[in-house]
Design a protein around this ligand. Sequence first.
Ligand SMILES: [Fe+2]
Ligand SMILES: [Fe+2]
Length: 227
Amino acid sequence: MGKVYLPQSSEVLKAAQAETLDRPRRSYSIAARGLFASMDLIYGRQGSLRKYRVLEIVARVPYQAWENVAYVAITHTSSTPEFAREIHDRVVGTRAQQDNEQWHLLILEEMLHASGHRRTLVLDRLVPQIAAFVYYQISWLLYTMSPGWSYRLNADFEDHAEHEYMEWVRDRPELDSQPWVSVFVDDYGRHETVGDLFRSIGNDERIHKEESEEMMAAARFGDRSPK
Ligand SMILES: [Fe+2]
Ligand SMILES: [Fe+2]
């Protein structure tokens, strides 16, 4: 079932960051490593708002792919309402994650805009759209073959994002003295500084990862629904 993304205090977020920095990354699959290497090649190994914006565009699509497959499954299982209901609950869960990713994306868009970044056709429009399209197809295909494979790819993706954001804040102490001003405060939750905002986004990515890890263990419709 979907988690609620309540804003956490600065202390909680700093503790979450320390945990992430202490924890090794997951052992990424070949598909995930290929995606991360491509992103590094195109946008540079260093993190940047521009690169993270692309990651957030791509981050939403597995949830859309799962939702698509789940609605088809509901159609085919509606003669057994309890089973269909369980699938619906999964859709609700993935929708919460998808919306959460959507706020990440809009917040990054807002920051990029404020920084005066001028979008280019290839790197800011075409590449993200192609990456999202390809990633959607892979997520959809894996999910129809074996849902656990798709959840594993997403867990890798989310783990990578979690570490990227937490390391980004660690390497930029000045972010802790920059106040976060945004039109999305009421939607996403209030954070005093840009440092805490990124810690919060990193913490969200960890929640997404943990949900996918739970789902890997109960991947097929009809198996235990994650709480
Ligand atoms: Fe995200
Ligand atoms: Fe995420």
